[in-house]
Design a binder for this molecule. Structure first.
Ligand SMILES: NC(=O)c1ccc[n+]([C@@H]2O[C@H](COP(=O)([O-])OP(=O)(O)OC[C@H]3O[C@@H](n4cnc5c(N)ncnc54)[C@H](O)[C@@H]3O)[C@@H](O)[C@H]2O)c1
Length: 352
């Protein structure tokens, strides 16, 4: 049996990644309908992938009795309205991150889906990068000893573009942090298995001229005591924008590069020491042959397609979506605390 999907907002990431990967790897999913506010995009995507039905309105697609689940890939200021509408029509929902542009909207989205008895999940698909999974497995398996610090960086070059919604505060809410930092924050919490409890952020516009931040540097404290840094910049040339994931602990260091992004690529290098490592009074850093270096370059899986496949499995068999709504809510909670910190110039604690 396959789960029948409709896509709302078909022309962006849906076309670039999710639809082609869904068709390639999610053998338990079938794409039966697409919709976009831009009719040209709707028609183009429907033709490109041979989708049987193309709708001009959300209601048109949601009234389609064959559609069981929808993938919402529109700008975040409309996620709230579209999720509420899809829940009213009894459709399961996989929505793009960030969840919404206010915590009140996000809470209403969860409530509406609970009341309607439909599943709601969010597309933090970088959890399916096999290298990120390796880092998590090592950290949670204790290889790093006591976690001390985690850093996740994602940057790109994003110049002013007329009409670009990501550059407008009233649509996107913020810039580099809400767009790219959302993934980084989620990855670090997931790797540590520990929530962020306190944050501080600097936000600036250093290079680009639009009304959201092009420079975001966030400092974090996790429930397990570890510290964190999430840094996101819209002003580093693409060719030089190397994303990094670093985790430090009492038994070593793990570096990953190329693992925070849309491609299922990257590598992980570990430098791990056995417990009770010698102390060097001379402060010589390379004294110990005990520190073992290992490099992992693993075969990746298409992350967007995997998300659809696992979500479809949850619909078919019952059970939680791969990344459930509460994760999306919490991620937004941390993001909002960071914006509050940047505005107020002080640390902000997150109350649980
Ligand atoms: N998980 C990820 O890795 C990832 C990657 C990219 C984007 N995103 C998220 O996906 C969402 C969309 O981003 P994008 O890059 O695809 O943007 P985009 O502008 O490239 O594409 C959005 C599409 O939605 C359509 N659209 C806009 N408003 C609509 C509405 N009210 N109803 C129906 N269609 C509408 C647009 O015409 C366009 O085709 C954002 O929330 C973004 O943060 C997530």
């Amino acid at each position: 049996m396959t789960v029948k999907w409709g896509v709302i907002g078909a022309g962006g990431i849906a076309d670039r990644r999710t639809i082609p990967e869904m068709l390639r790897v999610a053998d338990n999913a079938e794409l039966v309908a697409v919709m976009d506010v831009n009719p040209e995009a709707t028609q183009r995507v429907a033709r490109k992938y041979g989708v049987p039905r193309a709708y001009g309105t959300e209601e048109g697609l949601l009234r389609d009795p064959e559609v069981q689940a929808v993938y919402i890939a529109t700008p975040q200021n409309v996620h709230h309205r579209q999720v509420l509408l899809a829940a009213r029509y009894g459709k399961h929902i996989l929505c793009e991150k960030p969840m919404a542009t206010s915590l009140q909207d996000a809470a209403e989205m969860i409530e509406a889906c609970q009341k309607a008895g439909v599943k709601l999940g969010f597309d933090y698909m970088m959890r399916f990068n096999v290298h990120n999974q390796k880092v998590r497995e090592l950290v949670q398996g204790g290889a790093l000893g006591r976690p001390v610090m985690g850093r996740a960086q994602l940057t790109c070059w994003y110049p002013p573009i007329p009409g670009a919604w990501r550059q407008k505060r009233e649509i996107a809410f913020g810039g580099a942090l809400i767009d790219m930092g959302s993934h980084c924050l989620d990855l670090l919490e997931w790797i540590f298995g520990s929530r962020i409890v306190e944050v501080f952020a600097f936000h600036d516009s250093l290079v680009q001229s639009y009304d959201v931040e092009d420079t975001s540097t966030a400092i974090l404290r996790f429930e397990n005591g570890a510290h964190g840094i999430v840094d996101n910049y819209f002003n580093v040339p693409d060719a030089a924008a190397k994303n990094f994931l670093e985790v430090y602990g009492s038994l070593g260091t793990i570096f990953a590069s190329g693992t925070i992004g849309q491609d299922p690529t990257g590598s992980v290098t570990t430098y791990l020491a056995p417990p009770g490592l010698a102390y060097s009074a001379d402060q010589v850093r390379n004294v110990s042959a005990d520190v073992r270096m290992e490099k992992y370059e693993l075969e990746g899986v298409p992350m967007y397609g995997t998300m659809v496949k696992l979500f479809s499995e949850a619909v078919e068999k019952g059970g939680e979506p791969p990344v459930p709504a509460e994760v999306g809510y919490h991620n937004l909670e941390v993001i909002m605390a960071l914006y509050e910190s940047a505005r107020g110039g002080r640390p902000v604690r997150i109350a649980y």
